[in-house]
Design a protein around this ligand. Structure first.
Ligand code: SF4
Ligand code: SF4
Length: 166
């Protein structure tokens, strides 16, 4: 009999304690983020989606050589002597025509090793993290805008032609 009333008392104390916790949180600031209507501001040096400002890319391939997952594909050709000289925004002459610059973000491990050797600082990691797709081939971002004059083949990754970037 004593145990019966003790359990009832414990039950009442437990309910009142939990109600007290619930009531206390009614008057404190909410920490739940209502994603996707609310979003965190990502830290300044977040490593998310890559972006190449292709107008400043000299086609040197240092980024592709640094990449541990081989997810950067570059194809270039020499610009002709009779073509007008082209320069990156930092003044570096662009002697190669980059007609393929693909990054397969489905293979990328976000290490950022490709961005450090880039001599013109055109390859950067952005804070953009919302780029889910239904087809993983849509994660191949094609940045090249120029066509090869030598008639070489393009698009080594797949037949997809859509371009991505900022
Ligand atoms: S972040 Fe790393 S894995 Fe991704 S493309 Fe750059 S070097 Fe390759
Ligand atoms: S390292 Fe920079 S300049 Fe060189 S190919 Fe890569 S993105 Fe272009």
């Amino acid at each position: 009999m004593w145990n019966y009333f003790r359990d009832i008392g414990l039950g009442i104390v437990t309910v009142l304690t939990s109600m007290g916790v619930a009531w206390r949180h009614l008057f404190t600031r909410s920490v739940t983020l209502q994603y996707p209507t609310e979003k965190w501001t990502m830290p300044e040096r977040s490593r998310m989606r890559l972006f190449n400002k292709i107008e400043d890319c000299i086609g040197c391939g240092q980024c592709a050589r640094a990449c541990p997952t081989d997810c950067i594909t570059i194809q270039t050709e020499k610009r002709g002597k009779d073509e007008p000289e082209v320069f990156a925004s930092d003044g570096t002459q662009i002697k190669l025509r980059t007609y393929v610059f693909d990054i397969d973000m489905a293979l990328c491990c976000y290490c950022s090793l490709c961005t450090f050797p880039c001599p013109t600082h055109c390859l950067v990691m952005t804070p953009e993290y919302e780029y889910s797709v239904y087809d993983k081939l849509d994660h191949i971002y094609r940045f090249a805008k120029e066509k090869p004059l030598s008639g070489k083949a393009q698009k080594p990754h797949s037949e997809k032609t859509e371009s991505h970037g900022q």
